[in-house]
Design a protein around this ligand. Structure first.
Ligand SMILES: *Cc1c(COP(=O)(O)O)cnc(C)c1O
Length: 320
């Protein structure tokens, strides 16, 4: 049984990522400060390599492969940013990567994953058993499976974004982090507990898919059907075992945001900060604006997790 990652693992991950991941900017906005009556620090992972923080976790995990594992390579499943993160990390590290993607995944994400050199295998998510397919691939090709969030090395890698944020701006009173399966939130919590012990840490989920909130509040992992939301990076059905353990221990609360609030935040980022942020990447700021946490006079960190949204889709959403 693997043990839970610690802040020391986040520090080790930061060393491995040095020179490979971007140190993304921390941006401010006078308008955001005025809206919340607070000092708001945006950690902009939409400017990370491949467009989302997931590069951090994937690269960290693949960097730890031994020589035998490197030769056979990595296998994973994802309809979204983890696919691109694994493909790009594998290419940088010179190993093969097979990514199992649902055949109805956005074409842009399939193309991007192939563009980074990943071998994409499509499957019918309504008819085929993903786990069985993965296990067969791992067995036949000797590949190592790296899941999108429930893995100590992935969690530690994701934590490096908030480590950078806190190293740069100092301690915060509140930190809002997007929540899907909990890789980003658990890693962020490890970093924040070490570097800003009094900071309140919130995970933010789409309202339609609040399995994490239910799990956090009931003390056991709650599984839900795939939620209908524009936040396609947070459509996970359940937290992982490792991620839940860290979230339960280190996170203060799990909040939600509606799709309408996500669209409003997307428009804010585009109009005021000239940034393309994908709907899932808006969760943190949407909750800072609407979830009722008193923030006046406080120092507030918001993680913007990614910017991968098809531009046609982006326009449609802004027109809503
Ligand atoms: C994957 C992803 C998330 C959710 O991250 P988890 O580690 O699964 O909680 C949030 N935002 C974006 C852009 C993502 O790609």
């Amino acid at each position: 049984m693997t043990t839970l990652p610690t802040y020391a693992d986040v520090v080790a991950a930061a060393d491995r990522l040095h020179g490979h991941a971007h140190r993304t900017p921390v941006l401010r906005s006078r308008t955001a400060d005025d809206m919340l009556g607070a000092s708001v620090f945006f950690k902009c992972e939409n400017f990370q390599r491949m467009g989302a923080f997931k590069f951090r976790g994937a690269f960290n995990a693949l960097s730890r492969f031994d020589a035998v594992q490197r030769l056979a390579g990595v296998v994973t499943f994802s309809s979204g940013n983890h696919a691109q993160a694994v493909a790009l990390s594998a290419r940088i590290l010179g190993m093969p990567a097979v990514i199992l993607m649902p055949s109805d995944a956005p074409q842009a994400k399939i193309d991007a994953t192939r563009g980074y050199g990943g071998e994409v295998i499509l499957f019918d998510r309504f008819k085929e058993d993903r786990e069985a397919l993965l296990q067969a691939l791992a067995r036949e090709r000797g590949m190592t499976m790296i899941p999108p969030f429930d893995h100590p090395d992935v969690m530690a890698g994701q934590g490096t974004a908030v480590k950078e944020l806190l190293d740069e701006v100092g301690e915060l009173d509140h930190l809002f982090v997007c929540l899907g399966g909990g890789g980003l939130l658990s890693g962020s919590a490890l970093a924040a507990r070490a570097l800003s012990p009094r900071c309140k840490i919130y995970g933010v989920e789409p309202e339609a898919g609040n399995d994490g909130q239910q799990s956090f509040r009931s003390g056991q992992i709650v599984r839900i059907p795939t939620p209908q939301t524009i936040a396609d990076g947070a459509q996970s059905q359940a937290l992982g075992h490792y991620t839940f353990a860290v979230i339960q221990r280190d996170v203060d609360d799990v909040l939600t945001a509606t799709d309408a609030q996500l669209v409003q935040a997307m428009r804010f980022f585009a109009e005021r900060m000239k940034m393309v942020v994908e709907p899932t990447g808006c969760l943190g700021f949407a909750a800072a604006c609407h979830a009722g946490v008193p923030l006046v006079g406080q120092r507030v960190g918001v993680v913007i997790s990614g910017g991968n949204v098809d531009l046609g889709r982006f326009g449609e959403l802004l027109a809503l």
